[in-house]
Design a protein. Structure first.
Length: 159
């Protein structure tokens, strides 16, 4: 079974007519008919009642339509998820926890310089207390923790 079979089937079900489905798909009517016949053979069920004035779904067709739509939605979701990777190919991420006083000091300038030299790295910064940073580091939620020297949790000094 191919996604093309499902697309043609869904379009024919929506249009209730092979010719109109073919027109919307920009393909020939015989191609749509052939793909639907192939799908019916593969599923072992008749999906449409062919009538003089169009098509109507059989009980099996109604069931197949719900599943076909779900599969096509999943295909679309997969495409959208992969688009992120294509658009951001080679882009790395760096998650940094910081204490509020660090941003006004060296952090803003350090981020500016880092961005100039590492343009393919997306830096995300999160304001956190030293304890929150420790937990986030241990869980892998951040990659780097920045806090004042006197505020380093003792448990981190043992890492």
């Amino acid at each position: 079974m191919e996604l093309r079979h499902l697309r043609y089937f869904v379009m024919a079900a929506e249009e209730k007519n092979i010719s109109r489905a073919a027109a919307r798909l920009n393909i020939s009517q015989p191609a749509v008919s052939r793909q639907i016949r192939d799908l019916e053979e593969e599923l072992g069920a008749v999906l449409f009642e062919r009538e003089r004035n169009g098509l109507s779904l059989t009980e099996a067709g109604h069931t197949a339509l719900g599943h076909a739509r779900q599969m096509l939605r999943q295909e679309k979701a997969l495409g959208e998820a992969m688009r992120f990777f294509v658009e951001n190919e080679g882009l790395a991420s760096l998650k940094v926890g910081f204490i509020p006083t660090a941003l006004t000091g060296f952090l803003a300038e350090a981020l500016r310089l880092f961005n100039q030299k590492q343009s393919r790295v997306c830096v995300q910064i999160y304001e956190m207390s030293p304890r929150q940073q420790e937990k986030a580091l241990r869980k892998g939620d951040i990659d780097l923790a920045l806090f004042a020297l006197g505020s380093i949790p003792r448990s981190l000094l043992r890492l």
